[in-house]
Design a protein. Sequence first.
Length: 486
Amino acid sequence: MMTQRPGTKGLIFNEPNVWDKSREGRCAISLPKADVERSPLDPALTGDTPNLPQLSELDVVRHYTRLSQWNFGVDSGMYPLGSCTMKYNPKTNEVQAARQGFAGAHPLAGDECSQGALRLMYDLERSLAEITGFDAVTLQPAAGAHGELTGMLIIHAYHAKQGRQRSKIIIPDTAHGTNPASATLCGYKSVNLKSGPKGILEPEAVAEIMDEETAGIMITNPNTLGLFEENIKEICEIVHAKGGLVYGDGANMNAIMGVVQPGKLGIDVLHLNLHKTFSTPHGGGGPGSGPVAVNEKLTPFLPVPRVEKELDTFKFVTDCPDSIGRLHTFYGHFGVMIKAYAYILTMGAQGLLDTSRLAVLNANYIKESLKGTLNLPYDRPCMHECVFNDAKQQEYHISTMDMAKRLLDYGFHPPTVYFPLVVDGAFMVEPTETESKEDIDQFIDAVKAIAKEAQTDPEKLTSAPVLPKVTRLDEVAAARKPCLRG
Ligand SMILES: *Cc1c(COP(=O)(O)O)cnc(C)c1O
């Protein structure tokens, strides 16, 4: 039984706004005595005296410290949100991105004044090409879904070049939700494909619907069940035989770095999420980056500008007649690229391999530890995440949502709930490689304690959470009429 809970113990301060705390005459600074005579400000020049709060230094420090504690992130605790790779990102990479030479570089400075930045982009493209097993990479797309759109436009341009436009894209039920959206944005009709009983695609099912009207297939691998698509090579052959292309959603690359090169499996185009796998914090609302890697036959269609190297000089090239054009102002989110570059160099090939192995080990440890507690619809070795559901708890009228809310009382950010859609009441956990065994064990203990409460004290779950500052919300009203005042 768990002895200690991380995080919440109820010591969470309410904090009024600074004007409510203000007291006439209180001041946070002490200035030396004036050596000139005081003269009042001329109201004709200054207008009304500004209404500034009057606070002591400690009032100010506590105010902002308390506000900062209402937030939750990887730096404060485990964040097992499946499909999101909420891992710890080394702070040194932020320091590198903030270096004056990078942060102050002007995008209009011209190639000859930007050799360092161009070289970094060139080398990062080469590193990502090596990690993924592709021929060329563009760093322009601003996020994963933007990468998908880029990939779809490339597939569209490829078919147009062949002089035979196609209308459909096959999208499995285990694809990420952004996949059908990206295909639709590109004018394709998405055709849904059911996975087999093992939670992965069956080649026969692909063969049945793949035809010459179909531009290709979009496969998330590892898929959103956290399972590796073991038949990927055969599926690529089937799609290629009918003239189609294979899009790989590589946002889950954190599970397979150094283990598998998707480009060597037959996939034609793939995106990565630098803000998941390569050291940019994910979910903070900051910029992301979704580089797209392609094989040789798709290289001419990559967006412009391309970074090229001639002898020892780097330059932007825009003269690419088959390119799909520009997808971002300037060259994408450069700061995110710096962090990815620094991360790859500090980790090295062995470090990236170890990262993926640990991420997979941690997820399998959770899967094995909790499979007697929660129902596990696909009981197979998983990759970086595992998907349970609430089938066992439904007997006590307890849902995934109730368990997720109760986890907040135990000091954990809940996992992803009700996604992927193929699993009813999904409870999807991605621990990532950066959590220690002790922290993972505490999470496992918390889930076990909650499952026990579901039997003995279900009220505790249906009324949860009780400890956080904000208790259970009306989900619809919270989304439609958000109250941002604390
Ligand atoms: C996160 C994710 C995406 C979308 O990436 P964004 O940067 O959020 O647009 C696409 N596919 C998978 C598998 C993902 O996990």
